[in-house]
Design a binder for this molecule. Sequence first.
Ligand SMILES: [Ca+2]
Length: 346
Amino acid sequence: MMKPTPIILDIDNACGMTARDVDDGLALAMALASDDFDLVGVTTCSGNCYAHEATDITVRMLELAGRTDIPVGAGRDFPILQNVSAHFELLAESSIKAAELWNGSVELPAATGAIEPMPAHQLIIETVRKYPGEVVIVKEGSMTNLAVALMVDPEIAPLVKGVVHMGGSIEPWWESYIGRTDPELWRHVIKLNTIYDPEATAIVMNSGIPMTYATVNVCARVRLRDADVERMAAVEGPFHRFLSDAARRWVNLVDYKDGSEGAAMWDLLTLAIVAHPEFCDYVTMRQDADKFLSNGHPWLYPSADGPHARVTVGVDVAAFEKYLMECMTRPIPGSNQATGSSDGKH
Ligand SMILES: [Ca+2]
């Protein structure tokens, strides 16, 4: 077996919140379950929710999984410069609208204080310096944490092995996704997580750190369906009970709203290709921070000029979805699920 890749998982984890995407929480479960990853830190960022909410959920999930040994870094709620109040108003509004479909709340025990989060940028700096040249930072939400880390300690840039980011898109995806085209949405989703804190994104783009974009159009093709959720629910223990309860509600909500079958597993494909790049096909493109900041399109495009990034253009759906379900139905190693011990530490 290959040596596990040390990763920092940076998540806007809203798993279990009413009508919010569950994929960050499922990505955390994948990172914990798979032997492919050495989860050396989890940092939280804003996007699906405020970073402080993501921190709370992440700490509680790690406790539930019996993995209080994993360091957590709490990110900033707000971008470096932008006013994002409209973003959170929209999220709150959609949660209220969907509350009836969500049908109650998802149970997640309160934190006990076993994990004490440090500032996210500090955890990134310390971890990258501890494992120079080895750590991949998996950015499943906004770029704020890494940008702050790079501003505080610019010398870490050449010590980061790579960033894999769920964001960007190089082709319209919405039409193929649910059978309709919405140009406004298309303009918005092409930037997705990337746009929440654009100045932070530009800092990361220009940092010289090798970048991979797991694009919206490609991630939209991989799904978790009702039957998959029931396989997750069959795993014993409170961690999988929580995961499957949240995932079931989300899949049902997406199916109802979009007329689709299953919910896109954006963040999970993004994480999986760290260990299994063969799941996707890629092209090399320029990531044009100036064009991105001035709202230009495209800002990922073929060019001899850099800085370059690796951009996903295709995915082996069957291979990924098989891996997804292997991870989602596996008891968490090191937890009380796997060892039978009550404290889960080892
Ligand atoms: Ca995310």
